[in-house]
Design a protein around this ligand. Structure first.
Ligand code: UGA
Length: 436
C-alpha cells in the first residue's frame, strides 16, 4: 500500500518507518525542510532506541520517502495519517487542533481518488466529525473515509510497542468499507496476536484519552499508597505485587515514583476533563489525579529539603532529568517542578543525563551539567536518582568519597535499603519504611 504520514514528530516518524518496514511505500511529510533533509541523511530528530537503523535501512530500500511536498504525497497515497502536533492550547487545558485542520484542508484539495484519512495524533472527541466536515465542503462523501486509529506507543519502547501492541483500535462509522483495508494494513501485527478492535470513530477518540487517564490514575494511586507505606512501616513494592497479581488490577504501571510527566499524561488528563465539561459531565476522579500529581513534586521537594536540613548552599545532584528513562524528552518532567523549589531555598543543582545537557537549564547559574555520573556524586551533598536508566542501576557508591557520608534519595527504588547497611551511605527511597 502507499501510505502518507503528515508530521514526522514522534508518532508519525516511528509509525511511518515501521509501516515501511512491513513492506509498504511510506511518504513521511513535514514542512520543516531541515528536518526532512536531516532524515534523508539518517539524522534522527528524536531519541528512540533502535529507530536510526530502521530509518536508514528502509530509506536505502526506497520504501521510505521523506518529503516536504505534501500535495504530491497525498495524491500518491491510499491511506493518509494525520500525525501533526496537538500541543496544549493557550489556556493549557485543551488541545490546539489548528495544524490538524490545516492538514485536513490540504488533503481536501488533493483527493484524486478514494482515500482513508486517519487521525493518529491524540485528538479530542469529535475531531473526526470536524475533519469530515472540512473534506465534505469540496468532495463527494464516497471519495473519503475519516478514521480514528489512536497510538499507544511509549517513548523509549515505541518500536516494541508498535510491533507487539496489546491491541489496535480502529474507529470508523463505515465498518464494511474501512475494516478490510485496515485489517490488511495491520495484518503483520494481527498475525502475531495483537487484538484488532473496531468501534465507532468517537469511541476510538475517547479510548485514547480514557486509556491515558486510567494509567495516570493507576500511577497516582500507587504513589498515594506509597505515602501511606512510608508512615506505616510497609514496603510499597509488597503492596504493588499483592494487588497487581489480581488479574482484575494488573501489575503494570504500579511503580511508585515522582510525579508522572511527559507529553501525554499531564496534557491528556486535563484535556479529558475539559472535554467532559463541554458535555456537562464532572470527571471527579481524573480531576483528583491531576491535583494529586501536581502536589507530588512539592511533596518530593519538601522531602529533599528535610533530608538535607539546612538547604542554603547545599549541592543536590540529579541523576537523570528527563521525565523517564530511555528518552531525551523534558516535557513535564517532575524535576522541572522540584528543581525551582530547591533553588528557591538557595540550593545548587548538579545534574547528569545520559541524553546530555538540557537547553532548558542552560541559562540558570544555579544549575551545573556534568558529563559523567561520578562527578555528580562526588560534588553533591545529596544524590537524587530521578530516572530509571540502566546505567544508574548498579552504581558502586562505595568508591566515591570514602570518608564522607553519601546521601541518596532514590525516587525510582532502583536499590534496596539493605544494599547500604553498614556503609557510610544514607539511603532514602519511595514508599518504604525509614523514610523522611
Ligand atoms: C504514555 C502511554 O503509556 C502510551 O501508551 C501512550 O501512547 C503515550 O503516553 C501517548 O499518549 O503518546 P509515555 O508518555 O511515553 O507513554 O510514557 P509512560 O511510559 O507511560 O510514562 C509516563 C509517566 O508515568 C512517566 O513520568 C513515568 O515515569 C511514569 N510512570 C510510569 C510511573 O511513575 N510509574 C509507572 O509504573 C509507570
Amino acid at each position: 500500500m502507499n501510505i502518507c504520514f503528515v508530521g514526522t514528530g514522534y508518532v508519525g516518524l516511528v509509525s511511518g518507518v515501521l509501516f515501511s518496514d512491513f513492506g509498504n511505500t511510506v511518504y513521511c511529510v513535514d514542512n520543516d525542510k531541515k528536518k526532512i533533509s536531516n532524515l534523508e541523511k539518517g539524522i534522527i530528530p528524536i531519541y528512540e532506541p533502535g529507530l536510526e537503523e530502521l530509518v536508514i535501512r528502509n530509506f536505502n530500500s526506497k520504501r521510505l520517502i521523506f518529503t516536504t511536498d505534501i500535495n504530491e504525497a497525498i495524491k500518491k497515497s491510499d491511506i493518509i495519517f494525520i500525525a501533526v502536533g496537538t500541543p496544549p492550547s493557550k489556556d493549557g487545558n485543551s488541545a490546539d487542533l489548528s495544524s490538524v485542520f490545516s492538514v485536513a484542508k490540504t488533503i481536501s484539495n488533493n483527493l484524486n481518488k478514494h482515500k482513508i484519512i486517519i487521525t493518529k495524533s491524540t485528538v479530542p472527541l469529535g475531531t473526526g466529525d470536524e475533519i469530515e466536515k472540512i473534506l465534505s465542503k469540496k468532495n463527494k462523501k464516497n471519495l473519503f473515509d475519516v478514521v480514528s486509529n489512536p497510538e499507544f506507543l511509549r517513548e523509549g519502547e515505541a518500536i516494541r510497542d508498535f510491533k507487539y501492541p496489546d491491541r489496535v483500535v480502529i474507529g470508523t462509522n463505515n465498518v464494511n468499507k474501512v475494516t478490510p483495508i485496515m485489517t490488511k494494513l495491520y495484518e503483520p501485527i494481527i498475525k502475531k496476536g495483537g487484538k484488532f478492535i473496531v468501534v465507532k470513530r468517537r469511541a476510538a477518540e475517547l479510548i485514547k484519552y480514557a486509556a491515558n487517564a486510567f494509567l495516570a490514575t493507576k500511577i497516582t494511586f500507587i504513589n498515594e499508597i506509597a505515602n501511606l507505606c512510608e508512615k506505616s512501616d510497609i514496603n510499597v513494592e509488597d503492596v504493588a505485587i499483592g494487588i497487581g497479581t489480581d488479574a482484575r488490577i494488573g501489575s503494570r504501571f504500579l511503580r511508585a515514583g515522582p510525579a508522572y510527566g511527559g507529553s501525554c499524561f499531564p496534557k491528556d488528563t486535563k484535556a479529558l476533563v475539559k472535554t467532559a465539561e463541554k458535555y456537562n459531565v464532572n470527571l471527579n476522579v481524573v480531576k483528583s489525579v491531576i491535583h494529586s500529581n501536581d502536589a507530588r513534586s512539592n511533596l518530593i521537594a519538601n522531602k529533599i529539603l528535610k533530608i538535607i536540613k539546612k538547604p542554603k548552599g547545599k549541592k543536590i545532584g540529579f541523576l537523570g532529568v528527563t521525565f523517564k528513562a530511555n528518552t531525551d524528552d523534558m516535557r513535564d518532567s517532575s524535576c522541572l517542578s522540584i528543581i525551582p523549589k530547591l533553588i528557591n531555598k538557595k540550593c545548587k543543582i548538579n545534574y547528569y543525563d545520559p541524553t546530555g545537557r538540557k537547553d532548558i537549564f542552560e541559562k540558570n547559574k544555579s544549575i551545573l551539567f556534568y558529563n559523567n555520573i561520578d562527578s555528580v556524586i562526588k560534588n553533591s551533598d545529596l544524590v537524587v536518582i530521578h530516572t530509571e536508566w540502566d546505567e544508574f542501576k548498579s552504581l558502586q557508591f562505595d568508591k566515591f568519597r570514602k570518608k564522607e557520608k553519601i546521601i541518596i534519595f532514590d525516587l525510582r527504588n532502583l536499590y534496596h535499603p539493605d544494599d547500604f547497611i553498614n556503609k557510610k551511605i544514607k539511603y532514602f527511597s519511595i514508599g518504604r519504611p525509614q523514610n523522611v
